[in-house]
Design a protein around this ligand. Sequence first.
Ligand SMILES: [Ca+2]
Ligand SMILES: [Ca+2]
Ligand SMILES: [Ca+2]
Length: 531
Amino acid sequence: MKKSASFLPFLVLLLASSLAAHATIFPVGNNDVTGLKSAITMANLNGQDDTIELAAGGVYTLSARDSFLNGLPLLGADGGHQLIIHGNGATIQRVPAIDDSAHKFRIFQISSGANVTLSGLTLTNGNPGAFHGGAIYNNADETSAATLTIINCTISGSSGDYGGAIFNDGAGGAGTTATLTVMNSTISGNHAIQHGGGIWNESGAIVMNVSNSTFSNNTSAGSAGALQFDGSNGTATGSIRNCTFTQNSAVSEGGGVNVDGASGSAVLTIDTCTFNQNTAASGGGVALDSASVSVSNCTLSGNSATTGGGIYLSQIGGGPTTLHIGNTILKTGASGANLAVNGGGFVSSNGYNLSSDAAGGNVSTGPGGFLDHTGDIRNTDPLLDPAGLKSNGGPTQTIALQSNSPAIDQGNRSTTGGTINNDQRGEPRPFNDPLFAAPAGGDSSDIGAYEADVRVISEVRNVSDLILTFVTIVGHTYELQSRPDLMPATPWTTVSTSIPAPPISGTGGIISVTVPNAIGSGPGFYRLRQF
Ligand SMILES: [Ca+2]
Ligand SMILES: [Ca+2]
Ligand SMILES: [Ca+2]
C-alpha cells in the first residue's frame, strides 16, 4: 500500500508535463460567446492540439452569423491538430432576434483538414435556411479530409436542406474522406427541407460509424427520415450498432435509414439496433438501392410504408442491391409487408429471422419466401413487450420480449457482421434460458436486439413459507429484499433468512429460494435483486 501511494504523484506529474507541451485548454465562461469565438480562433492557429472547456450546464446563445452560414468561426485544420470541445452539459443554441433569411445559420462548420471532437454538448435550433447541415457541416474537400467525432451529445430542433442535424460532406475528389463517428448521442426532432432529416452522408468518400445512439422524431420532406448513407458516385462504408430509430419519417424512401450506392458503392452494417414506428412511402425502417446492407440482431417493429414497411430494396440506381439479414425480428406496422423488393434486389437470409408475416412466401411458419434459411420463422407473432419501446437498461431504449416469446433462445448471434457478445442494452449474449431449447445451429441467443435474461418463473406459498423460483445468470449474485409497506420513505432491506442465504450465486439455471415464515407476520412486499 505504502509503495504504490508514494509512486502515484510521480505519475501525475509526468502526465501533466507531457500534456502541457502539446495542448492548450481554453475555459469559456457561461454564455461568453465572444470568449468562445476567441478560443476557436486561437485554437485554429496555434499549431497544437487544444481543448475548449465550456461551463458546466452553461447556455451559449448565438444571435447572429459569424462566418459564412455559421454562428461560430470555422473550426480550422491547424495542420491536422485535434480540437476537442468539452461541453460539460452545456447548450449552444441559435436564437436570433429576427428569424429572416439574413439570420439563418448553423452552429458549427468543420473545415477540410480538421479533426474535431464534440462531447457532452447540446446543439439546438441550428438553421442555415436552404443550405445543408442544420447544426453541423463536416466538410472534406478535394485535397483534405475532415474528421468529426460526436460523443454524449444531443442535436435537436435543427433544420437544413440536406441533413437536418449534420451534413457529412465527402464530396471532395479521390483521396479525401469525411469521417463521422457518433457515440452515445441523441439526434432528435430535426428536419430536412429535402433529404436526410437527421444526418446526410454525402459521397465522394464517407466513413461513418454510429453506436449507442438514438434517432427520434426526425423528419424529411424527401428521403431518409433519420439518416442517409450515400455512396452514390463514390464510396461509403460504415456501421450502425446498438442504436434505436423511433418515429422518424420520410415522405419518399427510408423512414429510418436510406442507403444509396448508385454509380458508386455503399456498404453498411446495421447490427443490434431497434427500428420502431418509422414511416415512409417505401421502406418504413430501412430502404436500400444499389447498395449492400447487412441487418443482424435487430428488432424492427411497427414500421410502416406503402411498400416495404420494414425493409425495401430497389435498383433504380443500377444495382446490385443486396440485403444480408440474420437473427432479426420483423413485426409489421400499420401498412406494408416486412420485406419488399421492387425492380431488382436480392434478399440473402443468413437464418434465424422471425417475421410476423409471410416474408414473400407461403403460409407456413418454416423457412420460405425471402427468409428461406435454416432457423427462419415466418407467420409468427414475436410476442414483443406490449409496453413497446422503453428503457430496459443500457444507453438506448429497447423492446423487450414477453416471457413466452418465440424469439427466446431461437437465434444465432453470429449470422452476419461477426460475433457480437452483447444485446443492445450491453447485457451478455447468449443467455441460455433453461426452459427453451435452441434449434439446430442455434447458440441460445434470442432473435432480435434484446436478450431476455433473469426472470421470475413462479411465486408459491407453502404453508407459511414463500418460494420464489427464477432464472439466473452466471456471474451475477441475487438476493430477496422486503419492506412492510410501499410508502416512499420505507427502504427495501435484504432478507437474510432466505434459504439459500444471500448472496446467491447465479448458475445460468433455475434457482428456488425459500423465505421461511414469510406469510402471517403482517403485510410484506418482496422483490428479487440482481447484482
Ligand atoms: Ca490548435
Ligand atoms: Ca437466450
Ligand atoms: Ca435454452
